[in-house]
Design a protein around this ligand. Structure first.
Ligand SMILES: Nc1ncnc2c1ncn2[C@@H]1O[C@H](COP(=O)(O)OP(=O)(O)O)[C@@H](O)[C@H]1O
Ligand SMILES: [Mg+2]
Length: 243
């Protein structure tokens, strides 16, 4: 593969379909019966393996855009494709959310009555893998995020940084190829924020996982290979190095 010339590579890729993970055109999203126009026409293409930071002031539509990509809500207008297929039209959106993508938020959203290892297993409940395998997988994910000593702890017994690491392990439970992260270090002190950011970036690199990271922190955005700046529901700038 190393000797394939670029034009041949392009041909191969086009033969097997587009390398784009997300292709978004004219995306609009309103709230409150149209009184709030959170997205006013967003065009965007994200390729497999990219690390994209989405920045912009509070209220500019970053979280709304991420929610559209994660199929947590549906747009009012425009097209939204995931690997060449219309996302709102996918037959099984629950499977898309559970298996194709991992999502992490500023608020970690762990279930308080479940231990760390149980929280990590939550997305696997629909899988037909045996329970023991699911538990082993959850334990190895917790090891991967450095929490092998916290497996049976409840969220209230964990620090903020540890909770976010559990949430990251949970987001990886079904081996997603895309990680969507909305201000994942927003609730953390700077030391824990660094640990979490380094962890996410390592996962992106080691697993060629496409990473879309929403942040209003420009020092965090500077770690990405591509930065998209939003303003008032639109993309203001995109230093897309790949096109
Ligand atoms: N569920 C909702 N209902 C009504 N308005 C919303 C809702 N979610 C977001 N908004 C509004 O949409 C706009 C964009 O919000 P959001 O995407 O959360 O921005 P950001 O993440 O960049 O801070 C804001 O004006 C916000 O108040
Ligand atoms: Mg937000």
């Amino acid at each position: 593969m190393a000797h394939i010339r670029p034009y041949l590579m392009k041909q191969i890729l086009s033969d097997f379909g587009s390398a784009a993970v997300f292709e978004v055109t004219g995306l609009k999203k309103n709230y409150d019966d149209g009184n709030v126009q959170a997205l006013r026409g967003v065009d965007l293409k994200i390729d497999q393996g990219e690390f994209v930071a989405i920045t912009g002031p509070s209220g500019c539509g970053k979280s709304t855009l991420l929610q559209m990509l994660g199929a947590l809500d549906s747009p009012n207008d425009g097209t939204l494709n995931y690997r060449g297929k219309s996302l709102p039209g996918l037959a099984d959106l629950a499977a898309y959310r559970a298996k194709e993508i991992g999502i992490i938020f500023q608020a970690f959203h762990l279930l308080p009555t479940f231990t760390a290892v149980e929280n990590v297993q939550l997305p696997m409940f629909e899988s037909d893998r045996p329970a023991s395998e699911r538990k082993d997988q959850a334990i190895s994910l917790l090891k991967a995020v450095g929490l092998e000593h916290r497996i049976n702890h409840f969220p209230t017994k964990l620090s903020g940084g540890e909770r976010q690491r559990v949430a990251i392990a949970r987001s990886l439970a079904n081996g997603p190829s895309v990680l969507l992260a909305d201000e994942p270090t927003g609730n953390l002190d700077s030391e824990n924020a660094h640990i979490i950011l380094d962890l996410i970036i390592r996962l992106h690199r080691e697993q060629n996982m496409t990473l879309v990271l929403v942040t209003h922190d420009l020092t965090i955005a500077a770690r990405a290979s591509r930065t998209i700046q939003m303003m008032d529901g639109r993309i203001l700038s995109d230093n897309n190095a790949t096109s």
